[in-house]
Write a new protein. Structure first.
Lengths: 413, 368, 413, 368
């Protein structure tokens, strides 16, 4: 018996599906909680997932959806067999991703009423992804806004910003990474572009309040803000010795583990010494001996740029721009870099690609007047060493007097 | 009525202070110490004398929860906790409490639901997974099911039953885009393992209609290829043809990202395994993971090859890493080639060690 | 009495000169051998120096001299009062600056006969500077050539190249820095340009045979070649222990002093371990414990570019280009960079300035096909991480087999 | 007869092997160890069993020798040495010998001539000086005479009579060009201490005749200024005028390099003192020196201010540096600000510490 091509496809698809359904069952076994089990409790079209597994290929194509006057924040899919669609919202969490059970309840009600009852609570970017009922999507936007958040985080514009839990729970936080995220989301030139602007590609900001970088900013953000400090860590020598006596730590381990060899043990005076110049702010001694060793008191925010994962030229780590006294100091800089990026980059080229192509030092140097002038460290391009000086009379007098003092000390004039 | 004006007014998430439970509100920035309990509970100690506990619960692959399960967590938070929880950056759920006793009750309740508490200290903190076949169009391999299998095998590293030298982070990405990034100790990535092909007729949909335009602009399909493996040329009929140079191609899929008519042979797909990435500035500092194994077969349901490689990596690290040494730092210390020797893995141009990317993160500043 | 302006100047100059002559006398006293005493034994116009000292200002202006068909290698000066001139040759040393007394004798005869009997034996660039009798300069060039060297090292072209003493006397030498200098002086595209080409500015190459960089290449050369090795230093544990027993060194000092924390002491097995990945090739352990610790056996030459002292943008340290297996591998690269420099730079812009302006990574990346393809470290631009692969069937089989072996080991198939 | 053809044929220096004494020729690349004697003699030990000694002799400032003196050195090399000597990269002279006994005789003979032997090991290796008033047109301060005074004061550090924690290198430059570079532990540099001025008429010689040309090209005088402190504008008569903005100027002298009609007030000249430079990869690795003191007066003949500052720096390092620690590494360890505090020096924009330049040299590669 001859079967038509359509029928053949159908049968093949049935085979694929039944293999897929078997696989689903497999993934419901085993000790770890299963995503399949969770999804089964929802209205998500699980057959598409099953077919994908059966075929060894994602069964989704890009789809389209229309929400009036809203251009980013949702993603639409259609299955390859044309039978199913899928739509999900990318939703902003409050910074730190804290929820009282009351606030969470509202979101869950929302997901049940307008969605499929399925949520990815933390996407890789840090946002929340709620699977939607396509028919109710338009209305859902306003409802979501009424419960105090919004959709965003897709398209060639600012994506969701991520911050570590920072001062809300963490003893290491050196600046308020949560307030920083709130600040930049509301920063007018960013806020304006949150869902409109068509940049060459996406832009991400990430905020970690210490060098442990729990927000993974150093690689996964176009602009990374990482808390740090100036100088050596602060040491409470008595407490440190006490910790050693109580067997909590071994000081010689701190010395050996310091990646930059900044710590030395002064056998005579029974204390450690940390070299300010050498310390690479690894946090190693601090996390091992906290609170006997703490970050130094002069807190800073390191601003890095150009990290991303794929782009045109492949994975990149962020590179150093400046050390800020305050996280608020980078607004102009960010917008200026974006301006250059819009001018220089074709579609799909991330900021890091542009910086790489145009020369990191050159671009950053060209916009350095957007950054405060009293920067402590401008490591971009080259270190400017000026071995001459243009002094005014008062300065000249001051240095003459100093020279006289030191000359007196060494043999007189 | 929905008007442009009402719709264009976006709504930002509430200021973070509004979303904090009262027990935390007054202690922001005042945490002076912390203690770890039971590999899954962190006790936060404030200057004010108050204590807050977070109980870390491992999530399903791709962090997919039904509202039903989330309501149950919420209920547990109401019953034993401080009516609050948070979602961590790495995909876990932290239920917040005000005493160790209550935290242990939360732990029990969560376990009764079939979930696990762990991921604190020298444990497996989480296995990150992207969405892949669940909603993604570009996925080559299904990361959530692979993640499930890995978690099933390595659960005892999460709960702390089986101790590790230090924190371990694993990430699984369904395609070379690797949404999870390359800054985990172990990264598994699905990829095509092959150069693309195409139907010469259909591909025209992704190319300019007339070859004259080639003088003016490079077609996007040609431009996206990072290694210039795609060449466009003028055909006799003034239409545009392309060549894909297999020797140059790195199988990255960027061409497919911009053109649905680029196809790959699904039978050649595989997983690459990268090691040595991290983002924290501890030890060797932030670094991108590098390719240890360029390709292993993908065989559902058990993904045995992947499990075997990850098992072996963890075992090597457990017996040779120093106490407190991240797997990434261990790999940096001994060198990627050394690790390859220990695994007796063939080295080709796809996993030949190059200079390790290092000196990133805050150490690039080094102010005095 | 009124004096004419000319006369006034004359007198003033006399005052300055007599003050200067007093100063000269002062600088002939004191324990250290005096340059003034040396110069007095020669025909150099010492009054100009005296006037300079008296006035607190150099008394030289640029002058001009003509030597037939020779365009670089000599410098002419005229004194500000117009009364004196000065001309000196910049002369190439043999690499390593070794002289048998016989060879030196010839040079000294030359300096007496054609010059003023005054020599700066090592200029800052590493060359020799011989003060000349201007009338004999033209003839002198040929005589100099007849005794086996030449003038050069001025003008907008290749300058003198410098090398450390290297394998001729030094136990640390990891490549032949002297042969390398000889090689590049004779390298045809360089040799051709040695005294003709008008580049935007000067070009210098420097060769140090180990990371101690005795030739000061890392800052003072446009192209720096520094010997290094791959992996960890080689340790002879027995000899090391012996050195400690004999009180020659303390092993724990080696551990503490290693700037990268690469050395650890294994108390159990009584030996040191050095991490290949961490070692920053500082030479510290090596110079302290030589020959118990030696550079690793896989010797390399690090190629860096862009160092210079002033240029348009100020002092620069050289940046990394590639690790070579052989110092001969950089010829094409150098000429290609010079080509780009000629195109991009105005007068007085050094190669380092151009690289800074255009973006170091971008320029170097653009010419990387001039470098061998099997480079071990190309740190320019970004590290290319390719997480995908295009395998042929043999490779796929190979990795499948490997996967099978490891799967068997872990529970079977 | 001199023809273009004969003249264009350049002569390269002899291959280095031709210039070696026989005692060294056979041992190139075979040196297996060395010993230091008496702070000025290095014994080179070859695998072949042969020994060669170099006796390092300190040079006059700017390494200026009369042929007479060089003939005397040559004579000593013939009498006690192996008929050979070399000039070092840092300006010293090394007389070569074949035994310690002969080396000591060389030492005696050199000292009888009024020269000193030293510069080996933990000593002052040399004070580099450029030519300055001897032949240079751009010199602000005379480095050879300043170097003479420094050597007179610090001779005992060269000979090793007075021990230092490690090698010390000092460099003196007569103007901001600093031909000696910024990679010495201590660098002294003469500079104007002021912004330039000019005669509005004479300056025209350095500017284009007609202002129209300003639209087409930036005059060289304007272009060379690294901080854009020089602005050219069109005057009423279509000639070109300039402004020099004092607030921007850094006194670098680049404008004077290209135009003799730029003038500086000689009474404002001074010395800047930089610390923390080195080129060796030991310790903190290669780094540029940074400005510690932006300006001190220049007072001949004794240059007392310069001597006092250098003395104090050496004293601080001697009492606080660790054994074997270069002054540059010491400065990096404690930080430039700390050193400034110890010196109680006013800090202005000219010597405010910025991030220390570091991470240079071979460590930039870090291959596995
Ligand atoms: C949903 C999510 C994975 C997940 O399940 O967690 C995701 C899913 C997709 N990512 Fe991603 N990316 C997600 C976080 C990331 C991250 C992580 C981060 O931000 O920390 C990155 C790396 C950081 C970065 O931006 O470099 C990331 C780098 C990419 C890229 C590469 C961009 C580049 O550097 O070139 C692409 C490709 C593209 O956009 O063309 C991409 C593309 C995609 C697409 C749109 C591919 C596609 O067309 O199907 C996926 C859509 C799936 C879907 O249906 O939603 N995704 N993607 C993550 C978003 C959740 C959230 O908003 O919280
Ligand atoms: C909760 C979380 C931040 C958040 O905003 O959600 C977090 C919070 C803390 N991190 Fe983290 N890290 C969190 C993700 C990360 C990440 C990102 C990741 O894993 O993807 C990193 C970077 C990992 C890497 O290098 O690739 C990270 C690197 C660290 C480190 C450095 C670990 C190391 O050895 O390099 C520490 C310190 C430690 O473990 O000793 C640390 C320590 C901490 C501690 C436990 C501080 C402590 O030791 O007292 C913080 C607890 C805050 C608190 O009191 O609740 N945190 N931490 C994230 C929890 C993830 C999870 O669900 O398990
Ligand atoms: C003679 C010498 C000083 C000495 O007594 O040792 C010297 C002397 C002058 N240098 Fe130099 N430089 C000398 C080595 C250097 C070095 C050292 C090196 O190569 O290691 C450097 C730094 C390295 C570098 O190239 O960056 C050096 C960087 C300069 C510069 C800055 C170039 C730049 O980076 O922009 C100038 C300015 C210029 O050429 O316009 C300069 C200019 C000058 C002038 C031509 C200034 C002038 O017009 O009067 C001096 C000529 C004096 C004369 O009458 O000969 N000299 N000059 C050195 C040459 C001796 C030799 O050939 O062995
Ligand atoms: C002779 C000379 C090379 C030459 O081609 O002329 C030289 C040769 C040696 N150097 Fe050097 N260095 C020479 C200039 C330098 C320079 C350049 C400079 O000072 O201007 C440096 C870089 C200094 C800096 O970092 O700024 C230099 C950095 C070193 C170091 C590293 C010192 C450190 O603590 O960082 C060593 C190792 C040591 O001293 O332990 C070293 C060691 C050596 C030794 C003594 C190797 C040894 O310890 O056995 C070499 C002896 C070769 C031999 O057997 O004759 N050499 N050495 C130079 C002698 C200069 C002089 O007249 O005194
Ligand atoms: S990045 Fe630092 S401050 Fe932020 S949560 Fe992690 S450890 Fe705490
Ligand atoms: S923070 Fe890190 S680099 Fe700094 S002293 Fe502590 S361990 Fe060393
Ligand atoms: S890594 Fe690939 S498969 Fe996974 S979500 Fe991102 S784009 Fe999709
Ligand atoms: S897969 Fe990547 S490398 Fe291969 S042709 Fe496509 S874009 Fe180019
Ligand atoms: S650079 Fe190294 S090899 Fe060359 S002389 Fe100095 S110590 Fe010896
Ligand atoms: S060469 Fe330097 S960095 Fe390498 S191990 Fe020895 S002391 Fe450490
Ligand atoms: S440093 Fe200045 S004064 Fe000294 S030789 Fe060089 S250009 Fe002349
Ligand atoms: S001295 Fe330097 S900074 Fe000042 S005007 Fe001249 S070129 Fe510009």
């Amino acid at each position: 018996m001859k079967i038509s091509e359509g029928e053949f496809k159908e049968r093949e698809n049935d085979d694929v599906l039944s293999k897929g359904l078997e696989l689903l069952e497999y993934y419901e076994k085993g000790p770890w909680p299963s995503h399949v089990t969770e999804i089964r409790k929802t209205k998500y079209p699980i057959e598409v997932y099953a077919s994908g597994l059966g075929k060894g290929e994602s069964q989704w194509y890009g789809g389209s959806a229309k929400i009036r006057y809203v251009y980013v924040g949702f993603i639409s899919r259609r299955s390859k067999d044309g039978k199913q669609t899928e739509l999900h919202f990318r939703v902003f969490h409050p910074s730190g991703q804290f929820y009282t059970t009351e606030a969470l309840g509202k979101l869950l009600d929302f997901a049940d009423k307008y969605g499929l009852g399925l949520i990815e609570t933390t996407g890789q970017t840090g946002g929340m992804i709620i699977s939607m009922d396509a028919d109710l999507a338009d209305e859902a936007v306003d409802v979501l806004r009424s419960i105090g958040t919004d959709i965003g985080d897709t398209g060639d514009t600012f994506r969701d910003f991520a911050s570590c839990v920072g001062p809300a729970l963490c003893e290491y936080a050196m600046y308020d990474s949560l307030a920083a995220r709130d600040y930049y989301l509301a920063y007018p030139p960013i806020y304006e572009n949150l869902s409109n602007q068509q940049f060459p590609f996406k832009v991400k900001l990430k905020f970690s309040a210490c060098p442990m970088d729990c927000a993974r900013a150093a690689h996964r953000a176009d602009f990374a803000f990482i808390g740090m400090w100036d100088g050596a860590p602060d040491v409470d020598q008595d407490l440190l010795r006490k910790k050693e006596e109580e067997g909590e730590l071994k000081i010689h381990h701190l010395v050996e583990e310091c990646p930059s060899g900044a710590i030395t043990w002064d056998e005579e005076r029974k204390k450690i010494e940390i070299s300010a110049g050498k310390c690479q702010k690894s946090m190693n001694c601090i996390r091992r001996a906290f609170p006997a060793i703490k970050p130094g008191k002069d807190r800073k925010v390191a601003l890095l740029a150009g990290g991303n994962i794929k782009g045109r030229f492949g994975p990149k780590m962020a590179k150093p721009v400046a050390i800020l006294d305050d996280y608020r100091q980078a607004g102009d800089f960010i917008m200026k870099i974006i301006e250059i990026w819009e001018e220089k980059s074709p579609h799909k080229e991330r900021i890091g690609d542009m910086l790489f192509k145009e020369g990191f030092g050159k671009v950053i140097d060209g916009v350095k007047d957007t950054l405060p002038t009293n920067l402590q460290g401008i490591p971009v391009g080259q270190t400017r060493i000026i071995n001459s000086a243009v002094l005014n009379d008062a300065e000249r007098r001051m240095y003459s007097e100093w020279a006289r003092r030191i000359t007196d000390e060494y043999g007189g004039d | 009525m929905i008007t442009p004006a009402s719709r264009f007014k976006k709504k930002l998430p509430v200021p973070y202070t509004d979303s904090l439970p009262d027990e935390i509100k007054g202690n922001v920035g005042k945490w002076k110490d912390r203690k770890f309990h039971d590999h899954g509970i962190i006790e936060h100690i404030s200057e004010s004398g108050e204590h807050v506990f977070s109980v870390k619960v491992g999530a399903t692959p791709n962090v997919r929860f039904s509202t039903d399960t989330l309501r149950k967590f919420s209920g547990i938070a109401d019953q034993y906790g401080i009516h609050a929880l948070r979602f961590t950056r790495s995909g876990n759920v932290e239920l917040l409490a005000n005493s160790l006793e209550n935290s242990l009750k939360i732990k029990q309740a969560v376990e009764d639901l079939g979930y696990f508490v762990g991921g604190v200290g020298n444990t497996l903190w989480s296995i990150g997974s992207c969405t892949a076949y669940l909603t993604c169009t570009t996925a080559v391999v299904d990361s959530p099911s692979l993640t499930k299998v890995l978690y099933d095998n390595f659960k005892s590293y999460f709960t702390g039953e089986d101790p590790l030298p230090a924190k371990l982070r694993i990430n699984v990405g369904g395609c070379p885009t690797s949404c999870g990034g390359l800054v985990a100790d172990i990264v598994l990535i699905g990829h095509y393992g092959d150069a693309p092909s195409y139907d010469p007729e259909k591909i025209k949909m992704c190319l300019p209609a007339k070859a004259d335009s080639l003088d003016k602009a490079v077609p996007e399909l040609v431009m996206v290829c990072p290694v210039n493996a795609i060449k466009a040329y003028k055909k006799e009929d003034n239409s545009v043809g392309i060549d894909i140079i297999r020797e140059k191609c790195i199988g990255c899929g960027r061409c497919k990202d911009v053109c649905d008519h680029i196809t790959f042979d699904p039978h050649k797909a595989g997983l690459s395994i990268l090691v040595g990435g991290k983002t924290s500035n501890t030890g060797f500092g932030p670094a991108l993971a590098r390719v240890l194994v360029p390709w292993i077969p993908v065989r559902t349901p058990e993904y045995r090859e992947a499990v075997a490689v990850v098992s072996k990596l963890i075992d090597i690290w457990k017996s040779n890493g120093k106490p407190g040494e991240r797997m990434s730092d261990y790999v940096h210390r001994i060198g990627l080639s050394e690790l390859q020797k220990m695994l007796d893995i063939p080295v080709t141009r796809w996993n030949k060690p190059t200079s390790p990317p290092s000196g990133f993160g805050v150490r690039q500043f080094l102010t005095e």
